[in-house]
Write a protein that binds this ligand. Structure first.
Ligand code: AMP
Length: 629
């Protein structure tokens, strides 16, 4: 993925300045923030060296929010005021969410507000680490320029908007949201390939997601997604828990022969199960030697093979889901050009083996599966703020560097897509004909910030033919500008009553380097005032010409209504106005000329109107007329 970043004229004094950009993985159970330092992406850790921030928020009695490990710990003592897994509620309204609306004594909180607390903590962590925190006097010497925040590929518009709103509340400038699987693919540099189809297998603590991405022309498209919101590493813990719970033996105390585990024992055994599960990823056998709070004990050895056997059904479910996603994407497993593993639970060797078997290739695993999404987001953010390694040559556009528009009457530019619009982008605008009976329209596509076509860059022309003859201004011609993710511009014109259509495709960036673009922007700023004057002059000229044409047509049709003297006066005013249009120098004189001609034709216009009414009424009685019309 590459882009062209345009500096505002006058603000481009430090071309090599490093802008602070961060990538945020806002997860269901854990969240992370990463950045690119010296060209390398890295996760930013807290003061205790921890990368993962538990996505848990505790609202204290004084309503102050506390995020992370501390909040998680409060689940035992103050569960009513702790919110976890808020991501599952993003995009839902408060009325749909009883659990959050009822939250403790501190009043209702929306998922957007709760998420904002997590994001704020990550922002502060990043500011500390990157030297962007306020100093002792409260002065900020550097700001985070922008962040890329990841969301699941299956998030809908409401969920995405909610995520953006959270970021805004947290004071984070969002460059864009990025699909989590795309971020993972970027972290592995898969975007550097020419094209391909990639599978992202993401097994976290509580959820499983699989996405099939297609890369073409530098852009990832999601071909299909699949998943299970109730399947994750925690379920693997549970199989071990069930196994170990059956092997608990009474301790030294005689009254502890109950077959049901107490809450405290259950908690402790859960923690032990998870520890054993994680150890089994790197050990063939683990000796469990655990004393529970009640004094009861579990002493047993578990082998990796045993654990795999007991959790095989869970793993099989992820493979079935993956096959379904492949089918939805219309491809065979063997056709994948790369498979990426994301999520802590993909550290289990059985997962890696099952995925390798399915695809007939080794999955990519050399990055930390917990960090890969945040790392990819950071890389994307780094690109978007315009930090480039020396010598890197970005060709692809990510924003439209210069406005795109078309030529209208009088040599003026009508801007359709303004510069810095993020791509892909599309916009349609309606135009009409200038002359009576006009059957063709020339569409001239231009690029630039100036008001006159002559000062902009011509990108292409085409003609729309076959417009049915109508009076000037009656035809409706819709012109659509569309820039695809690759920066390719297509312009189509369509006459709406007949559907006749014509179009052209151009590559606006072609042949324009950063410097040429910067020059065009500087020119536009330097000439802004003169351009505005020119625009007004040309607009007056267009009005004048329209009036001249209309007057000419009227005289041709109804000269009988004119006295010789009136005809002479109108002729004189028309000649004067034509002359002013010709010289095109003075907008005020043009305005006066238009007024003079209008005044001269006033009587003529009234006479024509009377005639039209008389003709309309001919042969009808006044009583027949519907006066409501
Ligand atoms: P995530 O939500 O991506 O952070 O994944 C968390 C899940 O990954 C939890 O279920 C962890 O127990 C699991 N996990 C972390 N490390 C390992 C490991 N070494 N082996 C197996 N599972 C692990």
């Amino acid at each position: 993925m590459a882009l062209l970043q345009i500096a505002e004229p006058g603000q481009s004094s430090a071309p090599h300045e490093h802008r602070l950009a961060i990538g945020i993985d806002l997860g269901t159970t854990n969240s992370l923030v990463a950045t690119v330092r010296s060209g390398l992406p890295e996760v930013i850790v807290d003061e205790s060296g921890r990368a993962l921030l538990p996505s848990a928020v505790w609202y204290r009695a004084d309503h102050a929010p506390v995020v992370g490990e501390v909040a998680l710990a409060q689940r035992i003592t103050d569960p009513r005021n702790v919110v976890v897994s808020v991501k599952r509620w993003m995009g839902r309204s408060l009325s749909e969410i009883d659990s959050l609306a009822d939250l403790g004594d501190s009043g209702p909180r929306s998922p957007v507000q709760v998420s904002a607390e997590i994001l704020k903590t990550l922002r502060e962590r990043a500011e500390q680490a990157l030297g962007a925190a306020p100093d002792v006097l409260g002065i900020r010497h550097q700001e985070i320029t922008g962040a890329v925040i990841t969301v699941p590929a299956h998030f809908d518009d409401a969920q995405r908007q909610a995520t953006k709103d959270s970021a805004r509340l947290a004071g984070i400038p969002v460059l864009r949201l990025l699909n989590e699987p795309t971020a993972a693919a970027i972290a592995y540099g898969l975007d550097q390939q020419a094209q391909g189809r990639f599978v992202i297998y993401d097994l976290g603590g509580g959820t499983f997601d699989v996405s099939i991405l297609q890369l073409s022309r530098g852009v990832f498209e999601v071909l299909s997604t699949g998943g299970d919101t109730a399947l994750g590493g925690d379920d693997f813990d549970r199989t071990l828990f069930d196994h170990l719970a059956g092997l608990v033996v009474p301790g030294a105390l005689p009254d502890l022969t109950l077959s049901v585990l107490s809450d405290a024992d259950t908690s402790a055994l859960r923690v032990e199960s998870r520890r054993v599960k994680e150890l089994l990823s790197s050990h063939a056998e683990v000796q469990v030697n655990c004393a529970l709070p009640s004094g009861r004990r579990v002493e047993v050895s578990v082998t990796a093979a045993e654990f795999e056997k007991m959790s095989a059904a869970l793993l099989a479910r992820t493979i079935v889901t993956t096959r379904r996603a492949l089918r939805d994407a219309g491809m065979q497993a063997s056709e994948a050009d790369g498979v990426v593993l994301v999520g802590g639970a993909t550290r289990m060797p059985a997962v890696r083996r099952a995925v390798a078997d399915l695809f007939g290739r080794e999955p990519l695993t050399n990055l930390d599966p917990d960090q890969v999404v945040a790392l990819g987001a950071a890389m994307q953010a780094n690109l978007l703020v315009g930090n480039r390694a020396p010598g890197e040559d970005w060709l692809l556009l990510d924003v439209i560097p210069l406005s795109l528009g078309l030529e209208t009457m009088g040599g003026l530019v009508e801007r359709i897509l303004t510069r810095n619009t993020t791509i892909p982008a599309a916009r349609a605008q309606e135009f009409t004909t200038f002359k009576d009976g006009q059957t063709a329209m020339a569409v001239h596509v231009v690029q630039g910030e100036r008001e006159l076509v002559a000062d902009c860059r011509s990108l292409g022309r085409f003609e729309l033919r076959g417009i049915p003859p109508m009076v000037a201004g009656a035809a409706r011609i819709q012109v659509t500008f569309q820039v695809d993710a690759d920066g390719l511009l297509s312009v189509a014109a369509r006459e709406l009553s007949t559907g006749v259509e014509a179009s052209v495709t151009v590559k606006p960036s072609y042949g324009l380097g950063d410097e040429a673009i910067a020059q065009m922007l500087t020119d536009a700023f330097g000439h802004a005032e003169a351009d505005a004057r020119m625009r007004s002059l040309h607009e007056q000229a267009v009005d004048a010409e329209r009036l001249l044409l209309a007057t000419q047509t009227a005289i041709e049709q109804d000269s009988a209504l004119l006295s010789v003297a009136d005809q002479a006066l109108i002729g004189q005013r028309m000649a004067e106005l034509s002359e002013l249009c010709e010289t095109l120098k003075d907008a005020d004189a043009l305005r006066a000329g238009i007024a003079a001609l209008s005044a001269a034709t006033e009587g003529f216009a009234a006479a024509r109107m009377d005639q039209a009414v008389r003709q309309a009424l001919a042969g009808r009685r006044v009583e027949d007329l519907d006066t409501n019309v």
